[in-house]
Write a protein that binds this ligand. Structure first.
Ligand code: PHE
Length: 346
């Protein structure tokens, strides 16, 4: 191996590599070419191994040529890589082109069921008066659904609630949320302010205003010195929050076994403003809930002294509230889950 031979080999390698670089068609091929020539075990290294056989004074010359060859190849590869990169990017951009002006697919946006919406609104209003939401079971026992509420077995008051029983003796589907009152009073000492929303069940013939499954929202307050006037003021604030400020309200006498006195709470008709129309049955009033002072027997049943504690309770149907607010004329719509109905409440 002499200087001339080595120089020749280097230049041959340089020429061959430049040609190969120019011929490379993609950056992957270029990469392997680079490794093949300039890599640790590449062809340039192999050629340079011959340097060791040269006389010491000739080695720097070959070293200089080798450096030139190496940087020449590096520059050629870098240039080619740039060109290939550009055309590859362009090819990709062309292949993956998207039309950003195409209209998107619309999202199907859900909405709250009007019954759920009404319950949330009821809870929001009573929360301002310190009422917290509790839940109680849908499958109840006879004792809690009836007896503790001053409705003894075989008492005619049971006819107020047509009951669906389950096939476990002593158990039934709750006919109202009032058993929740018992559960709260049995587990929590006064003062009590709770709201009990939930599904109720009755053995009913279904029509535009009756369902066998519906919701109620029950309210209960128990404290020392609670009065019917407190109940009246609270319900009036509720009616104003729900149906608009300034609406007239009234108490009428009512009957429930677990409250005494019992009342029906009416709001001035939302449609005719009290003049009388078909919606309010020409009375000018709409009944929105039943209420009353917790019966002393009920207080005693849960171990509270009626001389010390008094309470009031109220119960309403959120579907009915929603029907009044949105002028919905058929209760069955709440159960049918017809999107054409539900999508109107956004
Ligand atoms: N539970 C009664 C019903 O279902 C409503 C009610 C609740 C009345 C609380 C008075 C007090 O009809």
């Amino acid at each position: 191996m002499d200087l001339a031979q080595l120089t020749h080999d280097l230049e041959a390698l340089a020429a061959e590599t430049r040609a190969a670089v120019a011929a490379a068609t993609d950056s992957v091929g270029l990469e392997s070419l680079e490794l093949d020539v300039l890599g640790k075990k590449g062809r340039l290294t192999v050629v340079l191994r011959g340097i060791g056989a040269l006389p010491v004074d000739e080695r720097p010359k070959v070293g200089a040529i080798a450096n030139q060859v190496r940087s020449g190849i590096e520059a050629a590869i870098a240039g080619r890589r740039r060109d290939l990169g550009e055309s590859e990017l362009e090819a990709r951009l062309a292949a993956e082109r998207i039309d950003v002006t195409t209209p998107g697919r619309p999202f199907r946006r859900g909405s709250l069921h009007p019954g759920v919406e009404a319950m949330a609104e009821i809870a929001r209003i009573f929360a301002q008066f310190g009422f917290v939401v509790h839940e109680s079971p849908e499958i109840e026992d006879d004792r809690t659904n009836f007896q503790m509420l001053n409705i003894p077995p075989d008492h005619p008051a049971r006819d107020l609630w047509d009951t669906l029983y389950v096939d476990v003796p002593g158990y039934l589907l709750r006919t109202h949320t009032s058993p929740g009152q018992i559960r709260v009073m049995e587990s929590t000492p006064p003062p009590i302010r709770v709201l009990l929303p939930g599904r109720c069940f009755r053995y009913e013939a279904i029509d535009a205003s009756h369902a066998s499954e519906f919701f109620q929202v029950e309210g209960l307050m128990v404290d020392e010195g609670t009065t019917l006037g407190d109940l009246r003021g609270l319900l009036e604030a509720f009616a104003h929050g729900m149906f608009g400020p300034g609406r007239k309200t009234r108490f009428r006498p009512g009957y429930y076994p677990f409250t005494e006195p019992s009342v029906a709470f009416d709001v001035e008709c939302l449609v005719c403003g009290g003049v009388g129309c078909p919606v309010c049955g020409r009375s000018g009033w709409l009944t929105i809930l039943g209420a009353g002072m917790v019966h002393p027997v009920v207080l005693r049943n849960v171990g509270l002294d009626p001389e010390r504690y008094q309470g009031f309770a109220f119960g309403m149907g959120p579907e009915r509230i929603s029907m009044l607010r949105h002028r919905i004329n058929d209760l069955r719509l709440f159960m049918e889950n017809d999107l054409r109905f539900l999508e109107q409440f956004r």
